[in-house]
Design a protein around this ligand. Structure first.
Ligand code: UDP
Length: 328
């Protein structure tokens, strides 16, 4: 039996895109997902194993059934605001359950892990392109859970020989260019799908969380990256580890910052719809500015994003939105 890649959380937004990309590029995969927030229909490539990282037996059964060459982990919670309100949920899932995964990998001698980290590990930073060497001082529980796991992976690497790639995503956005997989969060908390909800009338308006930040228009600036470009980066990181490469840590962004108001304007252009906006208070845990340089992964692994244009990202998100919610 060919060795497979285990895609933990492969029924979710980013995991389903990466799972598809891997299958399209000659890898065999098994999706491991508890379907608590994911959807079986999004795990539409490779094998599927329903299991929960909190149950050691589920991991054992999966590792007994399949010969796994490497693991990718997408099974984390990733909403900044929710992590401030309910940190226990974040520490339990993003730290405790991920340690369960690392320990089961140790038990079965699986030594390669591609880990979804985040720019939220940086915290409040100067308004310049962030590099991977930027000191990490996260300002919300979500970022802290991911930083803890980066530290744990380094320790597991020194002590047990784990090899890992930590990919620090900026703001994952867009949808499958073929419109087969995409974002179906419930409740949705991320900006672009909420803006599109306001465009289609699924929500009455988009609330702008704070317009008194230290940015030119007062709203927060972020760096949006297409999920298919994230998928390509995961494949390259996987190939790097499979060919014996050492631990790597890479930013994944487009190096271009857009404010919340820029996103709304771009969505109006793509959809041709005037989007109702209301100004609201700040959301706890939001830094003013997070924009990353991804020169390192471009230089080291030849990452070559295909969908860096914001309009393209929103166009794909809009096609996905209409496919799922037409008639809304
Ligand atoms: N945001 C907003 N209104 C919303 C949702 C998000 O103004 O309904 C803002 C949020 O405060 C942040 C930016 O949009 O400044 C991106 O937020 P998102 O939750 O999409 O991603 P994050 O940067 O938190 O990972």
């Amino acid at each position: 039996m060919a060795e497979k890649i285990l895609v933990v959380g492969g029924a979710g937004y980013i995991g389903s895109q990466v799972n598809k990309h891997l299958n399209r590029n000659g890898f065999e995969t098994v999706v491991f997902d508890n379907l608590s927030t994911g959807f079986r229909r999004l795990a539409c490539y490779g094998d599927f194993f329903e299991g929960d990282l909190k149950n050691h037996e589920d991991l054992e059964k999966c590792f007994e059934k399949y010969k796994i060459a490497a693991v990718m982990d997408f099974a984390a919670f990733a909403s900044v605001g929710e992590s401030v309100k309910d940190p226990a949920r974040y520490y339990r899932n993003n730290v405790v359950n991920t340690i369960n995964l690392l320990d089961a990998m140790r038990e079965y001698g699986i030594k390669k892990l591609i880990f979804s980290s985040t720019c939220a590990t940086y915290g409040e930073v100067p308004p310049e392109l962030l590099r991977e060497t930027q000191p990490q001082n996260p300002v919300n529980p979500y970022g802290r859970t991911k930083l803890i796991m980066e530290m744990a992976m380094k320790d597991y690497s020194s002590a047990y020989g784990l090899k890992f790639a930590a990919l620090r995503y900026f703001n994952a956005a867009g949808a499958d260019p073929e419109c087969e997989v995409g974002e179906l969060h419930n409740p949705e908390t991320h900006l672009i799908p909420l803006v599109l909800d306001a465009a289609s009338g699924r929500r009455p308006c988009i609330s702008v969380f704070g317009n008194d930040y230290n940015t030119p228009d007062g709203t927060c600036i972020r760096d949006y990256i297409h999920t298919e470009d994230l998928a390509q980066a995961h494949r390259l990181a996987l190939q790097h580890l499979l060919s014996g490469g050492d631990n790597v840590i890479f930013n994944l962004g487009n190096g271009q910052g857009y404010s919340v108001l820029d996103i709304i304007k771009a969505a109006e252009k793509v959809t041709g719809i005037k989007i109702p906006v209301e100004m609201a208070g700040r959301r706890a845990g939001d830094p003013d500015f997070l924009v990353g340089s991804s020169e390192l992964i471009k230089n080291k692994l030849g990452w070559n994003p295909q969908y860096a244009r914001l309009e393209k990202i929103i166009e794909h998100a809009w096609a996905w939105h209409r496919k799922n919610y037409s008639g809304a």
